[in-house]
Design a protein around this ligand. Structure first.
Ligand SMILES: Nc1nc2c(ncn2[C@@H]2O[C@H](COP(=O)(O)OP(=O)(O)OP(=O)(O)O)[C@@H](O)[C@H]2O)c(=O)[nH]1
Ligand SMILES: [Mg+2]
Length: 460
């Protein structure tokens, strides 16, 4: 089954779960609450496009490249670049802008795509929507050149935290300077992992003459830090594709338009695959058993039609509604609302868990239970506790000898989660506890995968 079909099925299951666990329907066990929230979170996660931040030093060509990617010269030259806050580009039926603040959910629409008027409101960011289909899967954040991504500027911190991939712009005239290398190395691992280096201004005659030398040097000095290095000349590429429609194929390829879109897709695809696989694992282990229990209970009450579940697709693409899961009664689930998949699976097959996985699952389960139980949770303390257990396990994983590719992979997943949790300590963002729970559950799944594949059982 194709990625998009599986995604659609999971989305309809989640939508169904959310509808059928609505407390207003009455007779819904109150334990459904946290699972309903989890379903909402997964639904939003699956529907959120992959977010790329365009970063780099002052005047590196970030906004010009962003304009090319969204297929329109939307970023004004009338407003001084230094005055512009971060610009978030998303898909919308019409081209509109709105002023936004990170800590408020409200956006204030600004009439007539008037950036000056938006800037006067002193927003944390300006949201730009435009009907480019590319933006349905990818969101682009243009960062302001004067902001140091490492500064205490909370606008910038939030922007970096909100993105999953980076396009770093470096001017070919002085490509990959020492200061860039320094800033880059201090960015969170998650932003550095999925990254493209766009070498801009490659159409300038002086650059063009020595382009092979420039690219060879950049490759040598920065190759290890980026998935791909792409030479671009965004103004020329834009001219080859007015309004995002390619008119001059040759020029589009020559000026890097094609290469940068390919690089973006190659980075976005695995991120989307992982999101879907993670969501599928959580749906299978947490939501399906509860939903089946609900159905079972309702059919015992003679009200089966009320909670007929949409089919769920397992990670292998097979339909599994009511087939692979033993129905769990709602009252049983109530005691373990967020039971981990690894524990469930082992209980069914009675195969003992590898000790490292068991250790991680036990710590995670305790912490999630604490999160679930607290009526008035101390958010920062709980994030700190999550950081502690993730850090401990990261240390344990790094000590494993020999280091197999599976161990290295799962260690990277833990390091990335740690980066995200560190940033959440600085700025919690929306629904911090749900995000934390989700991160821990994903790590459980990663651990299960790695321990199964690599047979990691102990630190030697
Ligand atoms: N010839 C040429 N000019 C470029 C290219 N990319 C950007 N420029 C020009 O370089 C200047 C700076 O570009 P911007 O896109 O504003 O750079 P920026 O990184 O967004 O700048 P700040 O936001 O101020 O940091 C503008 O005059 C652009 O027209 C390129 O590939 N080739
Ligand atoms: Mg700019």
């Amino acid at each position: 089954m194709k990625h998009s079909e599986i995604e659609q099925k999971q989305l309809s299951f989640l939508q169904d779960f959310i509808n059928k666990t609505d407390p207003d329907l009455g007779s819904i066990p109150k334990e459904a609450g946290p699972l309903r929230q989890l379903a909402r979170k997964l639904f939003n996660r699956l529907r959120t496009p992959v977010r790329f931040i365009v970063a780099g030093e002052f005047s590196a060509g970030k906004s010009t490249l962003t304009n090319m990617l969204v297929g329109k010269n939307l970023i004004p030259t009338s407003v001084l670049a230094s005055e512009l806050p971060p610009l978030l580009f998303r898909y919308g039926a019409t081209t509109q802008i709105a002023a936004g603040w990170w800590d408020q959910k409200k956006l204030i629409p600004v009439k007539g795509v008037d950036f000056d008027a938006a800037v006067k409101m002193d927003p944390d960011f300006i949201l730009v929507t435009t009907p480019n289909p590319f933006l349905k899967d990818i969101n682009i954040f243009d960062s302001p050149g004067t902001s140091d991504p490492l500064s205490d500027d909370s606008k910038m911190q939030h922007l970096v935290k909100s993105s999953e991939a980076t396009i770093w712009c470096t001017n070919a005239v002085q490509a990959w300077r020492e200061s860039e290398r320094y800033t880059w190395s201090s960015l969170p691992a998650i932003n550095r992992k999925n990254s493209i280096l766009a070498v801009t201004h490659t159409d300038l005659p002086a650059v063009k003459r020595g382009i092979d030398r420039v690219m060879a040097r950049v490759q040598k000095e920065a190759g290890e830090f980026f998935k791909t290095i792409v030479p671009v000349a965004a103004p020329k590429a834009s001219r080859a594709a007015p309004d995002g429609v390619i008119q001059d194929k040759e020029a589009w390829a020559e000026y890097g338009g094609e290469a940068i879109f390919t690089a973006i897709r190659e980075i976005a695809e695995p991120i989307r695959e992982k999101k879907l696989a993670d969501a599928t694992a959580i749906i299978e282990s947490q939501l399906v058993p509860f939903f089946e229990g609900l159905k079972h209970r309702d059919s015992a009450d003679g009200a089966e039609g009320n909670s007929k579940a949409a089919p769920v697709v397992s990670s292998k693409g097979k339909e599994m509604s009511g087939v692979e899961h033993t129905p769990v009664s709602a009252s049983k689930m109530s005691k373990q609302p967020l039971e981990l998949k690894a524990v469930d699976a082992k209980a069914q097959t009675e195969v003992p868990e590898p000790p490292l996985l068991a250790e991680w699952n036990s710590k995670t389960r305790d912490l999630i239970a604490t999160i679930e139980k607290s009526d008035d949770p101390d958010v920062s303390k709980l994030i700190q506790s999550s950081c502690d257990i993730v850090m401990e396990m990261t240390d344990t994983l790094t000590l494993i000898d020999p280091q197999t590719p599976e161990i290295e992979w799962v260690t990277t997943q833990f390091q990335e989660a740690l980066d995200q949790l560190f940033l959440m300590q600085l700025e919690t963002g929306e629904e911090p506890l749900e995000t934390t729970t989700l991160l821990l559950l994903q790590l459980s799944r990663d651990m299960e995968q790695a321990t199964t594949r690599a047979n990691i059982s102990r630190v030697s």
